[in-house]
Design a protein around this ligand. Structure first.
Ligand code: IPE
Ligand code: IPE
Ligand code: MG
Length: 233
């Protein structure tokens, strides 16, 4: 349980990693880990809403994840589609807006349709945004943004650049990566310039409400400087 005075980050971003290793430890196929990962996400979304997070961005499939076996890629596509239909009711009930960020290329028509439909259904009355990075790459996002800007003929500045990105959410204050890996893997390159990074050894399928609270408590101990100096004399 978080203390009352805890500052809840407005935007939390999560690299949900370790599904494969979690399954391997149990002598199960990787897909078993991805299924358990979807369950973990469900819990984390509900908890985030409860504690007052406004934006939750989760990395579900990277532009590099196409390099995995055909079976695994297909299973991930099917799982995402299943997630969209199984979560519809709860997302609407809990006033959670569903947004997907990423490129459309390579994603099936039927999955794109399912995404559109849930995005539309949850776009009106919401208190939290769940942003799923799917077929997402930080570099693709920056390149796409740059091309959009070029098409308008507008000069790009640090201030106006974000309006060409996939979304105009506030930058995440907290970036969590599970499974003990200390890398960004092409996630949110522009937006995490000053995010606080928290890495936990916990594999994503085991990541619970308690682990999210722990990450937030750790975030509360950070001294964010943004290049300046606190208590400067
Ligand atoms: C994260 O788990 C889910 C996706 C990248 C789709 P992994 O599948 O990367 O699991 P590990 O890293 O192999 O354990
Ligand atoms: C990052 O995890 C992508 C997602 C969590 C969707 P990966 O497992 O693909 O990253 P690397 O290969 O370890 O860098
Ligand atoms: Mg991984």
């Amino acid at each position: 349980m978080l203390e009352k005075k805890t500052e809840i980050p407005k935007h939390i971003a999560i690299i949900m990693d370790g599904n494969g290793r979690w399954a391997k430890e149990k002598n199960k196929p990787r897909v078993f880990g991805h299924k358990a990962g979807a369950e973990a996400l469900r819990k984390v979304v509900t908890h985030s809403k409860k504690i007052g997070v406004k934006y939750l961005t989760v990395y579900a499939f990277s532009t590099e994840n196409w390099k995995r076996s055909k079976e695994e890629v297909e299973a991930l596509m099917l799982l995402f589609k299943a997630y969209i239909s199984s979560e519809r009711k709860d997302l609407l009930k809990n006033k959670i807006r569903f947004v997907v960020s990423g490129r459309k290329e390579g994603v099936s028509e039927s999955l794109l349709k399912a995404i559109d439909s849930l995005e539309e259904a949850t776009s009106k009355d919401y208190e939290m945004t769940l942003n799923i990075a799917f077929n997402y790459g930080g570099r693709s996002e920056i390149v796409d943004a740059f091309n959009k800007a070029m098409a308008t003929g507008e000069k790009v500045t640090e201030e106006n650049f974000s309006k060409f990105l996939y979304n105009q959410f506030p930058d995440p204050e907290l970036l969590i990566r599970t499974s003990g890996e200390f890398r960004i893997s092409n996630f949110l390159l522009w937006q995490i310039a000053y995010s606080e990074i928290y890495v936990t050894d916990v594999y994503w399928p085991d990541f619970s409400e308690k682990d999210l609270d722990k990450a937030i408590e750790n975030f509360n101990k950070r001294e964010r400087r943004f290049g300046g100096r606190l208590n400067a004399e």
